[in-house]
Structure formats: structure tokens, C-alpha cells
Design a binder for this molecule. Structure first.
Ligand code: SAH
Ligand code: MG
Length: 215
């Protein structure tokens, strides 16, 4: 059961969204069949809007999986916007590259294989839009490692921050997720308290946080 929104609300919102076409539609089917946790439809929709408003030039993504969100971001940004995406699983990297190669965006998307906490240390570029969607227990660590790469006026979008509602109440926390939940709570406190940033938490999908770095 969805513990973040009433099911009828989510179903209603989804019934209004236009269905995806082409490769994104194919990847949605694949993700469903193979249990790949791609961004949920209403989160994808918000990402599209943020990209259209922000018009980023250099996007960084942590957590590529099969490349669904990377392709979605490419489709909704300008043709001179570059996307760098990090993934630790070799099989996922291969699948993502295969999917990206079928799109007109192959020259704009770079997939870096490795543990994000290490790969992040090797990056020197500046980014104006960062999509964080990987191991939830490490969000704080990832954030600390990329925050200096984020441009002023840049955005960080963090997915799954309410983690099935567990982050908001101990009543839902299952024992083996205790550590992840504790770490996510610490991360959410941090992005709401840190000087020079403005954050909000939006209860759609599995919970989304948006953090803006002040100019
Ligand atoms: N953003 C994708 C879904 C990502 S699922 C989409 O919406 O289409 C999360 C992915 O992050 C998984 O493929 C997992 O292997 C990867 N991941 C988790 N922890 C990671 C880490 N520490 N470094 C790199 N990749 C990681
Ligand atoms: Mg996610």
C-alpha cells in the first residue's frame, strides 16, 4: 500500500497524465517487468516542469539504472545541455548505454560506472541541476561530495526521501530499514537547515526534496 498519498489521489493524478511515447514508454514496461525503480509518473512530470523552467546546461545524476530518467531529462532540456549519470552496477550501465544509443541524445549523455561516492571525487565540472536517486542511506554523503560542484542558483532534486512514509513516522519503520530511515531523516534535517540553501519536501511518488542554492 502507498503510505505517502491516498491511492485514490495518486490514481486520479495519474489518470490525467499523458502517457509516454517511444522509448520512454518501452522503458516503463521494461521497468515494470524487471522491477527497476524508475521515477514515478508524477515525479517525472515535476522533473519535466523544473527542467523547462530552469533550462540547465549541465546535469548530474546519481543512479542511472536503465537510463530512463537520464533520457527523460535529455528530452526535456536543450540540445546543448549535457548529462552525466553515475551507476555502480555493470549490468545496469550496459543496459543504460544500449537504451541511450537508441535515442537522439547519445552525444549528450555520459554514463560513468562506479560507486558514486568515489566517482564524485573525480568530477571537476560545475552543475546546475543534480538528480539524486541512488542508495538512500548515502544521500548525506553524496550531497556533501557534490555540493561544491553545484552552481549558485542550481537545484538538487532528491528522490525517495520519504521512503514509503517510514521517514515521517516510526510506526511504519521495519527493523531492517532503521538505519536508512535514520540517515534520511538526518539528510532532510540537513538540507532544511544548511545556510545558503532553500529546500522543500513534496509528498509525491516516494517523496521528493528540492534544494535551491542561493545566488
Ligand atoms: N534514476 C533512475 C532510477 C535509479 S534506481 C530512473 O529514475 O530511471 C537507483 C540506481 O542507483 C540503481 O541502479 C543502483 O544500482 C544505483 N546505485 C545505488 N547506490 C549507488 C552508488 N553508491 N553508486 C552508484 N550507483 C548507485
Ligand atoms: Mg527513485
Amino acid at each position: 500500500m502507498n503510505q505517502i498519498n491516498e491511492e485514490y489521489i495518486e490514481d486520479y493524478i495519474r489518470s490525467l497524465l499523458p502517457s509516454s511515447k517511444g522509448i520512454l514508454e518501452d522503458l516503463e514496461k521494461y521497468a515494470l517487468d524487471y522491477h527497476i525503480p524508475i521515477v514515478q509518473p508524477e515525479v517525472a512530470q515535476l522533473l519535466k516542469i523544473l527542467l523547462k523552467i530552469k533550462k540547465p546546461k549541465n546535469i548530474l545524476e546519481i543512479g542511472t539504472a536503465i537510463g530512463y530518467s537520464a533520457i527523460l531529462m535529455a528530452e526535456n532540456s536543450s540540445e546543448n545541455c549535457k548529462i552525466t549519470t553515475i551507476e555502480r552496477r555493470r549490468d545496469m550501465v550496459e543496459k543504460a548505454l544500449e537504451n541511450i544509443s537508441k535515442t537522439p541524445y547519445k552525444d549528450r549523455i555520459t554514463v560513468l560506472e562506479g560507486e558514486a561516492e568515489e566517482v564524485l571525487l573525480s568530477l571537476n565540472d560545475k552543475y546546475d541541476f543534480i538528480f539524486l536517486d541512488a542508495a538512500k542511506g548515502q544521500y548525506m554523503e553524496f550531497f556533501n561530495r557534490f555540493v561544491n560542484l553545484l552552481d549558485k542558483g542550481g537545484l538538487v532534486i532528491s528522490d525517495n526521501v520519504l521512503y514509503k512514509g517510514m521517514v515521517a513516522t516510526d510506526k511504519l519503520v521495519v527493523r531492517r530499514k532503521k538505519t536508512i530511515v535514520k540517515r534520511l531523516r538526518k539528510f532532510l534535517r540537513h538540507i532544511n537547515e544548511i545556510q545558503g540553501y532553500t529546500s522543500c519536501i513534496i509528498p509525491i511518488g516516494d517523496g521528493l526534496a528540492i534544494t535551491y542554492k542561493e545566488e
